[in-house]
Design a binder for this molecule. Structure first.
Ligand SMILES: [Zn+2]
Length: 245
């Protein structure tokens, strides 16, 4: 297959639940299709790949997953049904309940990052999430059991503060001039990337990030800091859960 760029609709509209797209390539070997655009999140940055369905005419397929194969985003289709052809229009439907839970969870994790940097000066080193629960790793030597309740109160205060989120796609050079981005290891971005997507929680957190988020921290709902573990003297892993709204 020749290299085709798929427009990533979720990068500018994370609330898009349903979309139409044209099939621009077919991957028979992997039982998948490449689309001119997609709202399915392909996974990355700790946020798992979306689930959902693709419908072409009478035929409906469950999305097995979206996977990058040879530089292209291939939508792998479940079942034995005949793959639709190049040029056909499909309707994609995201499993919205799950995705919205992931958007809330991902935003909760950014709230946690922002609060822990602001209140304790600790840097995040990584994280992972499932719907309504996540874990984040920090360089946080002074973390101790007594801080759990304090952190939980601080993150929930930021939910109550209903801070708006903004997503901007910036030229790489502009992004590198934002001091707050340096702490989130923007310098690890591959050389070839010319634009950086920046997710900002107004007044709290700023990160280079490809994931999907809610538009206001008030949508996250109640956050519970359920546990933490020492992963060495400096590295601490903090676990959070969201209440099902
Ligand atoms: Zn993120």
């Amino acid at each position: 297959m020749e290299s085709i760029m798929t427009e990533l609709l979720y990068q500018t509209d994370s609330y898009l639940k349903e979309f139409q797209a044209v099939i621009v390539a077919v991957d028979d070997e992997n039982h998948g299709v490449v689309l001119d655009k997609t709202a399915f999140y392909p996974g990355g940055g700790g946020q798992p790949v979306d689930k959902g369905t693709l419908t072409a005419g009478e035929n409906s397929f469950t999305l097995k997953r979206v996977k990058r194969i040879d530089g292209q985003l291939v939508h792998l289709l479940d079942g034995e049904g005949e793959i639709p052809q190049i040029g056909e229009t499909i309707t994609g439907m995201i499993d919205w309940q799950r995705r919205y839970q992931l958007m809330r969870t991902h935003t909760a994790m950014h709230i946690l990052c922002g609060v822990i940097f602001r209140d304790y000066g600790a840097l995040v080193t990584g994280g992972n999430m499932d719907p309504l629960k996540g874990r984040m790793d920090f360089e946080f030597e002074t973390m101790q059991k007594e801080l759990v309740a304090e952190i939980e109160a601080a993150v929930n205060a930021e939910v109550k503060n209903a801070r708006p989120l903004q997503v901007n796609i910036l030229p790489r050079a502009d992004a590198f001039r934002i001091p707050d981005l340096i702490r989130t290891k923007i310098n690890l971005l591959p050389e070839g990337i010319t634009e950086v997507r920046v997710v900002e929680i107004d007044g709290l957190d700023l990160q280079a990030d490809g994931g999907t988020h809610v538009k206001n921290t008030g949508e996250v709902g109640k956050i519970k800091v359920v546990d933490y573990k020492s992963k060495g003297k400096i590295n601490k892993r903090i676990y959070l859960e969201l209440e099902d709204a």
